[in-house]
Design a protein around this ligand. Structure first.
Ligand SMILES: Cc1cc2nc3c(=O)[nH]c(=O)nc-3n(C[C@H](O)[C@H](O)[C@H](O)COP(=O)(O)O)c2cc1C
Length: 169
């Protein structure tokens, strides 16, 4: 599958089959995160893949009750090991780095026939407590991972002309 096809076809999945994710598929998804680029190549990150059902059930509450989190057989928390400070442009590098890695995760998951749903609605302290994440680490994004329970139509995007300009704003 070429990259643009994966980008076009991927959907946020909010319903999962009770079917295990094969270890080799999970490994590929996590490998895609490991290979992501990062500012200064610092790789200031850790990706935690959770498969224990009891732990995943606890994470539903930590994800503000988003119940579909409890349907998926895997949960991935993408963390920065520490607040990496600001880049020269004033943007926090750890947030950018981990977000790129999470993008790799969701695209490789799609390539493997798996669904994800990037979650920004979660309680960082609860996720940290449940997963034993050190105080100084930052949970940037989380996602369930599993086989989609059905197909999902494409959600709308703004028109190309509205979001792209050439030469000037
Ligand atoms: C940074 C970010 C945070 C998001 N947080 C949530 C969330 O907490 N819960 C949820 O159900 N979807 C969440 N989403 C998914 C978006 O709602 C979804 O990407 C958007 O509606 C477009 O749909 P699509 O991913 O199927 O193209 C999030 C997506 C992003 C990129």
């Amino acid at each position: 599958m070429d990259v643009l096809t994966a980008i076009k076809e991927r959907r946020s999945i909010r319903s999962y089959l009770p079917k295990e994710v094969e270890p080799e598929k999970l490994k590929k998804v996590l490998e895609a995160a490991r290979l992501a680029p990062s500012a200064r190549n610092l790789q200031n990150w850790k990706f935690i893949a959770v498969q224990d059902k009891n732990t995943i059930n606890l994470l539903v509450d930590a994800c503000n009750g988003q119940s579909f989190v409890g349907e998926a057989p895997v949960f991935i928390a993408a963390c920065a090991l520490e607040d990496g400070g600001l880049m020269g442009c004033g943007i926090p590098r750890h947030v950018v780095d981990v977000s790129i890695a999470m993008t790799h995760i969701i695209l490789e998951a799609y390539e493997q026939g798996l669904g994800t749903c990037w979650l920004g609605s979660f309680n960082r302290e609860k996720v940290k407590n449940i997963l034993g994440i050190p105080d100084k680490a930052v949970v940037v994004a989380v996602t369930p991972l599993g086989y989609p329970a059905g197909s999902v139509s494409a959600r709308p995007r703004k028109a190309f002309e509205e979001v792209v300009s050439y030469e000037k704003f």
